[in-house]
Design a protein around this ligand. Structure first.
Ligand code: PHE
Length: 455
């Protein structure tokens, strides 16, 4: 009898559209709807956006191309990728290990904010959090975040929801979900944006968004902008390595990264256009920070005709955005456990979700039971956010650049990015090589050292 070996094919994205939907689904998230408007409002409007854009071009996008390329070559999870591509020195796998750790820390606070967003869909639909008086909306938000039971409940609900999609797999879970949700997200965003632009304060809102005030830009603000660039593009912690490993071999990696970056930026700007005109029309301050979404939005929107419908839509939008991003973060440890220990997807997801519920509860309880538990002067929630965006992701990105530019080598990069000679994109690769070897590592190092006040 003939000897037949059946190797089970690795699950992956099946279509070009699916690749874009999943990758964009990862990039677009609470970063666009919650962080981007809040940080722009706090740090000088357009000046912050310019610094953010420069960091995206000089560092974030470069790391994104590098990660997708490595993952697609190794067809492995974030940690194993480095062992496969550079078996001589296994310490490079520490980048992947740090990535798996970052995934846990990001999800610890991310699922909490997502929990608030999910809760607000119901609260807004029932009218419970709607009022033109910010004191009322602020009391409503306080009530939610200072209630330990509700905080933990919504976080766990989100974890189970995202976990269930992950268990379904890469093509049937992640790809299918994001392909359906991304168009809905764009539609809702454009609807709210158009509605907001029709308000009398639109001009003031747009001016704030587009006129730079450089007096607010300090070393710390530059680091925050670069941290946001990493966070937004989901880079520096292995998500894009993991997703790259599900890319098809004929996918054009640099073009995919560029498209995703531009679409993600469009969503951020649209979110700004949806929020700031409304904020200015009803006399609110743009510097509300993280609470902008939960306190200002319900107060602002409840004042305009059909506002209650738009508030519900707004939080549905937030929930959709958060879901695509959470899927991609959760996939990092799940893919690792699955590949490294041969665990089933169900087992590796269950294990990750349980661990996350434990770590995450320290963030969920940051405003109640554990409010006085501070680390470096920050609550656990703020600490996880700061540590991942402003330290772990930029440092991870830095080492990925060094690995690609100086260790893996030019020849392999050229082969990988041209799909082994199938694509004629020599000049683009040359630009990438220059950026990954010099520009990105220097930019990241300087901003990190200045931002953390080391130099
Ligand atoms: N990019 C996502 C957002 O903007 C967050 C994210 C970070 C996703 C890291 C994956 C990895 O919300």
């Amino acid at each position: 009898m003939q000897n037949v070996t059946v190797t089970k094919a690795r699950d992956s994205f099946t279509t070009g559209l699916g690749v874009i939907a999943a990758t964009l689904g990862s990039a677009v998230g609470l970063g666009n709807i919650w962080k981007f408007p809040a940080l722009t409002g706090l740090n000088g409007g357009a000046a912050f956006i310019i610094v953010y854009l420069l960091s995206t071009l000089m560092a974030g996008l470069v790391v994104m191309v590098a990660e997708l390329m490595l993952g697609r070559r190794s067809k492995s999870d974030a940690l194993t990728t480095f062992k496969v591509l550079h078996p001589k020195n296994e310490s490079w796998a520490l980048i992947g290990a740090a990535g798996v750790l970052s995934a846990f820390l990001i999800l610890a606070f991310y699922t909490e904010v997502a929990g608030w967003v999910f809760a607000y869909i119901f609260k807004a639909a029932s009218g419970a959090v709607l009022s033109s008086d910010p004191k009322v909306t602020s009391a409503g938000f306080e009530k939610l975040i200072t209630d330990p039971v509700q905080s933990v409940f919504w976080q766990c609900l989100v974890l189970v929801f995202v976990g269930a999609i992950i268990v379904a797999g890469v093509s049937k879970g992640i790809e299918k979900t994001t392909k359906r949700l991304m168009p809905v997200l764009f539609l809702i965003l454009v609807m709210i944006g158009v509605r907001s632009l029709m308000l009398p304060g639109a001009a003031a809102g747009l001016e704030f968004l587009f006129r730079p005030d450089f007096s607010k830009v300090t070393g710390g603000v530059v680091l925050t902008a670069m941290g946001l660039a990493f966070f937004k593009l989901s880079v520096g912690m292995g998500t894009m390595i993991t997703y790259g490993s599900y890319f098809r071999d004929d996918q054009n990696v640099p073009m995919t990264a560029l498209r995703v970056m531009l679409a993600d930026l469009t969503v951020s700007i649209l979110a700004g256009i949806a929020i700031f005109p409304a904020v200015f029309t009803y006399g609110f301050k743009p510097e509300a920070g993280p609470s902008l979404l939960f306190i200002t939005i319900p107060a602002v929107f409840s004042q305009m005709p059909f506002g209650n419908i738009f508030v519900v839509l707004f939080f549905v939008l937030g929930a959709i955005a958060a879901t695509g991003a959470m899927l991609s973060i959760l996939e990092v440890p799940v893919a690792y456990l699955h590949q490294r220990f041969g665990m089933s997807r169900l087992k590796s997801t269950a294990l990750t979700v349980i661990l996350l519920a434990l770590i995450g509860s320290t963030a969920a309880l940051s405003n109640s039971t554990m409010a006085n538990f501070k680390f470096f002067g920050m609550t656990m929630f703020d600490f996880y956010d700061f540590l991942t965006s402003n330290v772990l992701m930029p440092v991870g990105g830095l080492f990925i650049c060094i690995f690609v530019g100086w260790v893996w080598g030019e020849e392999k990069v050229r082969a990988a990015l041209s799909n082994d000679g199938q694509l004629q994109n020599g000049p683009i690769i040359s630009i990438f090589l220059f950026l990954v070897k010099y520009v990105a590592p220097i930019t990241i190092t300087v901003i990190l050292l200045r931002g953390l006040k080391i130099i």
